[in-house]
Design a protein around this ligand. Sequence first.
Ligand SMILES: *[C@@H]1O[C@H](CO)[C@@H](O)[C@H](O)[C@H]1NC(C)=O
Ligand SMILES: *[C@@H]1O[C@H](CO)[C@@H](O)[C@H](O)[C@H]1NC(C)=O
Ligand SMILES: *[C@@H]1O[C@H](CO)[C@@H](O)[C@H](O)[C@H]1NC(C)=O
Ligand SMILES: *[C@@H]1O[C@H](CO)[C@@H](O)[C@H](O)[C@H]1NC(C)=O
Ligand SMILES: *[C@@H]1O[C@H](CO)[C@@H](O)[C@H](O)[C@H]1NC(C)=O
Ligand SMILES: *[C@@H]1O[C@H](CO)[C@@H](O)[C@H](O)[C@H]1NC(C)=O
Ligand SMILES: *[C@@H]1O[C@H](CO)[C@@H](O)[C@H](O)[C@H]1NC(C)=O
Ligand SMILES: *[C@@H]1O[C@H](CO)[C@@H](O)[C@H](O)[C@H]1NC(C)=O
Ligand SMILES: *[C@@H]1O[C@H](CO)[C@@H](O)[C@H](O)[C@H]1NC(C)=O
Ligand SMILES: *[C@@H]1O[C@H](CO)[C@@H](O)[C@H](O)[C@H]1NC(C)=O
Ligand SMILES: *[C@@H]1O[C@H](CO)[C@@H](O)[C@H](O)[C@H]1NC(C)=O
Length: 313
Amino acid sequence: MKSLGCSCTWREHSKNGVWLWAVVVLHVRAFGLIALASMAKPGCEERCGDMEIPYPFGMGDEGCFVEGLDITCNRSVVPPKVLLGKGNLQVLNISLANAEVRVNNTRSLSYSCYNGNRTSGYVTLPENLPYTFSNKTVFTAIGCDTVGYVTDNDSFTSGCVSQCMNRSTVVNGSCNGIGCCETTLPKHKNYLRVSATSLSNYTLSKEYSWCSYAFLAERESYNFRGTDLRLFLSKADLAIVLDWEIRNGSCLSTANSSSIPHVCGENAECFDSERGIGYVCRCIRGYEGNPYLSGGCQGMDSLSLPPPPPFPN
Ligand SMILES: *[C@@H]1O[C@H](CO)[C@@H](O)[C@H](O)[C@H]1NC(C)=O
Ligand SMILES: *[C@@H]1O[C@H](CO)[C@@H](O)[C@H](O)[C@H]1NC(C)=O
Ligand SMILES: *[C@@H]1O[C@H](CO)[C@@H](O)[C@H](O)[C@H]1NC(C)=O
Ligand SMILES: *[C@@H]1O[C@H](CO)[C@@H](O)[C@H](O)[C@H]1NC(C)=O
Ligand SMILES: *[C@@H]1O[C@H](CO)[C@@H](O)[C@H](O)[C@H]1NC(C)=O
Ligand SMILES: *[C@@H]1O[C@H](CO)[C@@H](O)[C@H](O)[C@H]1NC(C)=O
Ligand SMILES: *[C@@H]1O[C@H](CO)[C@@H](O)[C@H](O)[C@H]1NC(C)=O
Ligand SMILES: *[C@@H]1O[C@H](CO)[C@@H](O)[C@H](O)[C@H]1NC(C)=O
Ligand SMILES: *[C@@H]1O[C@H](CO)[C@@H](O)[C@H](O)[C@H]1NC(C)=O
Ligand SMILES: *[C@@H]1O[C@H](CO)[C@@H](O)[C@H](O)[C@H]1NC(C)=O
Ligand SMILES: *[C@@H]1O[C@H](CO)[C@@H](O)[C@H](O)[C@H]1NC(C)=O
């Protein structure tokens, strides 16, 4: 019961114990464990619509977020939209444990069709912000006479090819070169452009597939359907995953520095990001919560309930 500020033993307080236990149980039932600890910096706004914005992300005053991880809450739309930085990428999810954000991506879609319809797609992450494409985001192309390309303009070009012998060889859920193909992306990119084109102008497939599509999407959230060959544009509702980090210094440079504040709280460990710039924090084993806040990582033991004390005679 240390969390309630009682330094006494159960025995000494067995009379109050039943009552205290009931209060804890009711509290946990009514508000959930999450509600016991705020994820935002004290004094800062916690929510944008339904979404909780955990520090080092934050809204409003500069002290409420770590440089580069500010969030804009557009409350003039219903429900309110959570936006990355001052930009227009809509945030769907923020994960501290994986150092990821999931954003709604509709702009990476590129297509080209037999009838000449075409458009190009790209995603630009703001260059000065600490976001790059996660390896959970993959490049995907759809079509039965299709070559899809992905490039960052100057250092790499990759892609994949998809062909179908006939309509019946296409299998739902299978993105392996028949109607759908995918390829992984190099790490740490913040700009990607995609395009799709046909190999032989849909000569063999135009009865059932007359467009080629290319896009970026979270591998787990896009599931290919044969029907996407015809109707993909109408359901282009794609999410992509980005990695983020705190760019100010590294674990080592911040550990003993008074000029660069170290952001990891107690019971949290610091991990340098793979790129050598920046770091992330994680609660140590047995603790959960927000590793970027002082007192944010809470012992799982202190949250588990003690057995009810025996009834006093
Ligand atoms: C980043 O470091 C500079 C000093 O180098 C400091 O003034 C600034 O407050 C730091 N920003 C954050 C978010 O820690
Ligand atoms: C909020 O969204 C509305 C409607 O999309 C838009 O007109 C407005 O500029 C947005 N405001 C901000 C601050 O992004
Ligand atoms: C992300 O969003 C999905 C769907 O909205 C939800 O099921 C999932 O639990 C969320 N994950 C996190 C880490 O918030
Ligand atoms: C993503 O954005 C599109 C276009 O603004 C919208 O229609 C769709 O509902 C959004 N998806 C999610 C999951 O918010
Ligand atoms: C192609 O263009 C026509 C006319 O603008 C439009 O009706 C149709 O939806 C477009 N198809 C695709 C796949 O974009
Ligand atoms: C993504 O990168 C992480 C860290 O390097 C690695 O552990 C993970 O296996 C990779 N996942 C995929 C799907 O490549
Ligand atoms: C990439 O190339 C396109 C076309 O040449 C250009 O419009 C765009 O600004 C470039 N983007 C970057 C990030 O270099
Ligand atoms: C489609 O191709 C498969 C494999 O080549 C073949 O077995 C099947 O008979 C073909 N179906 C049609 C309708 O042509
Ligand atoms: C594909 O075929 C159509 C119809 O014959 C033609 O209008 C179009 O120009 C062709 N496209 C290409 C890229 O050859
Ligand atoms: C494939 O998925 C589509 C859309 O979910 C469905 O209509 C179709 O019946 C499925 N086809 C097969 C062979 O399962
Ligand atoms: C940081 O300070 C601790 C204790 O004062 C010391 O043991 C450690 O070597 C220092 N680390 C660096 C990188 O200076």
